[in-house]
Write a protein that binds this ligand. Structure first.
Ligand code: GTP
Ligand code: SPV
Ligand code: MN
Length: 586
């Protein structure tokens, strides 16, 4: 185990507060995990699926009031309110500790507290950081074991250091009214109570790897971003890496696991997955920006995942996977979700555990139902996945779900303009968070719900990184796979075909292709997007690449409102970019 005094005394203090009957350290040993799984099966917390068809796979259902992240109950508890900033909910640390302390008080009576030592990033890499999560949920243990690197070697790597993130999670009564996800960036601490769902409780993920880590990155000169990382391998064997930030449920997992369309596959193009959700980025010895994926698994959206849309994701879920809130197919004890295939089971339970058939007209799987799959299961996993040095980035891409306004792709003019492009991102809300779906909101760098400090200071940090890295910075782009025609159909086929856009992006990074300069940035000449083998007419492509100045001018008003809401922490350089954009548009 460990002799780390700071760690032991913190656990003692948390145990005194929550009074579990027992404390169990998760060692990473497979016998221990097997035993815990058996226990969870006995209580119904996990359901064992068909061992032949889905070996070592389990189904879990959350409470019906607990199916997504709860942004309105998520708080940044910095000492000063201005350091959380107007885009975050804020609570004073003292108030938060008191309020949650009352809820946690004796909340683990009759339960076991599990101690999960985990590393975000390969154990021992200079990118990596250690966290300890205390939880009373076996489901959380099993997910953390897939999503992060867990066990005794993490404690060895920690040694006697105090540099670890202290995470306390308790299911309590899964009471919505008393659900709180609180972050204390200045204390390296996270307290989460009254939820059992994904991003609220797998504390290594959004809570640590984005909210706490973004704050650490600002102080330590690195970046924690809501980005996938992929490598495009060219027929000559060379691989170039791209990181891309899209809001929740806007296509990161799908892009990260892209399968090249046949005409590209035949020529020898390949795409490799490094990460599908989070990137930690820092300057490497060669002066470029390098990125790792701090996670060890995929917590992916199930609905819509099928053998055509994302075979790599589907294959990743064929063993050792936990399914949450999907349909239980009782015909063969497997799982199903909308968009898996056209044969919904006739004997099945929906995500709530009720008898269900597709004829009911109701969805069987929750729209935010998920799979938790080990990264190593993924057929397209990059050989650099475990590399302690990460991969060098050629391009950074921002993108959202926009029915109009944003074209298929454009390139920013330079780093500062690229940071501006990220800062003005907007996207329609999705089922990944509770609340209305399909409402356009500003979501800078896809970090609105995940930035652990003042958004204006975060923009400044981006500018600072650019100054530090100089002309070796990646080029910055914006994409939109979700543009609609007047009848509401997607104009762009998306998924694997997105490679056509990535290739233009990478060509631009090496000045191999020209562009058209528009008020918003550089757009492709239509002839430079390869349309061979797809059903997209030149006319449609022109529409995809059109910039409607009226719509953009309207948007600048909303951008200005958003900047004003953030207030005077918005860097002057970005205000200047907005002024320049307005001038060019009018
Ligand atoms: P989080 O795990 O919440 O961060 O989501 P994500 O960004 O990884 O999104 P994901 O790849 O799971 O995609 C979410 C939804 O977008 C799914 O319903 C996909 O089918 C859909 N989607 C993904 N890529 C495309 C695309 O290129 N075009 C279209 N039209 N839909 C897409
Ligand atoms: C997201 O919502 O961006 C996710 C899922 O990746 S969760 O872990 O719930 O945050
Ligand atoms: Mn995500």
């Amino acid at each position: 185990m460990t002799k780390n005094k700071m760690l032991l005394s913190w656990i003692e203090e948390m145990a005194a507060l929550t009074t579990p009957d027992e404390i169990v350290w998760i060692t990473g040993d497979s016998e221990q995990l097997d035993q815990l799984r058996q226990q969870a099966i006995a209580t119904g917390e996990l359901y064992k699926l068909n061992e032949e068809k889905l070996p070592d796979c389990y189904l879990h259902r959350t409470a019906v009031n607990d199916v997504a992240r709860v942004e309105h109950r998520t708080f940044i508890c910095s000492r000063r309110e201005i350091d959380a900033g107007p885009t975050n909910n804020w609570m004073a640390p003292k108030e938060a500790y008191e309020k949650l302390g009352k809820i946690f008080n004796k909340s683990m009576k009759g339960r076991t507290m599990y101690v999960i030592p985990y590393s975000m990033g390969p154990v021992g890499s200079k990118f990596s950081k250690i966290g300890i999560e205390l939880t009373d949920s076996i489901y959380v243990v099993m997910n953390m074991v897939i999503m992060t690197r867990v066990g005794n070697d993490v404690l060895d790597a920690l040694g006697n250091s105090n540099d670890f993130v202290r995470g306390l999670h308790g299911k309590a009564d899964i009471d919505e009214e008393n659900r709180y996800i609180c972050h204390f960036p200045e204390d390296n601490t996270i307290w989460s109570v009254n939820s059992g769902y994904g991003g609220n409780v797998l504390l290594g993920k959004k809570c640590f790897a984005l909210r706490i880590a973004s704050y650490q990155g600002k102080n330590e000169n690195w970046m924690a971003e809501h980005m996938l990382i992929l490598g495009v391998e060219y027929p000559n064997g060379e691989t170039k890496y791209i990181a891309a930030a899209f809001p929740s449920a806007c296509g990161k997992t799908n892009l990260a696991m892209l399968i090249p369309p046949e005409i590209f596959a035949k020529k020898g193009y390949k795409v490799w997955t490094v990460g599908d959700d989070i990137a930690w980025i820092r300057k490497g010895p060669d002066g470029r920006l390098w990125a790792i994926n701090p996670e060890n698994g995929f917590f992916g959206v199930a609905p819509g995942t099928n053998i055509k849309s994302n075979p790599n994701a589907l294959h990743a879920t064929e063993k050792g996977t936990i399914f949450t809130n999907v349909v239980h197919n009782l015909e063969n004890n497997t799982v199903w979700w909308e968009g898996l295939d056209k044969n919904p089971p006739t004997k099945a339970l929906n995500w709530k555990g009720e008898p269900w058939t597709a004829e009911s007209g109701e969805k069987g799987a929750h729209p935010n139902s998920r799979f938790t799959a080990p990264a190593t299961n993924c057929p397209s996993i990059s050989k650099e996945f475990d590399s302690p040095n990460g991969v060098p980035l050629s391009a950074m891409v921002f993108g959202g779900r926009r029915a109009k306004t944003a074209p298929l792709v454009y390139q920013s003019l330079d780093w500062v303009n690229g940071v501006f492009v990220g800062s003005i991102m907007a996207s329609e809300t999705t089922a990944a968070a509770s609340g209305a779906v399909g409402v356009v909101r500003r979501d800078p760098m896809a970090m609105l719900p995940f930035c652990g400090y003042n958004m204006g200071d975060y923009f400044q940090h981006w500018l600072n990184i650019g100054k530090d890295v100089g002309d070796k910075v990646p080029k910055i782009f914006h994409v939109n796979w979700f543009r609609l025609d007047d009848e509401g159909h997607f104009l762009w086929p998306g998924f694997g075909e997105n490679l056509r856009v990535l290739l233009w992006i990478l060509d631009r990074c090496e000045d191999k292709v020209g562009a058209v300069e528009t008020p918003i940035g550089y757009l492709p000449k239509p002839e430079d997007i390869n349309l061979e083998g797809i059903d997209v007419t030149e006319e449609t492509l022109k529409e995809l690449l059109s910039v409607d100045k009226e719509l953009w001018l309207e948007d600048t008003v909303r951008i200005e409102d958003f900047y004003n809401k953030i207030g005077n922490t918005v860097p002057k350089e970005l205000r200047n970019e907005l002024t320049k954009l307005k001038k060019k548009l009018s």
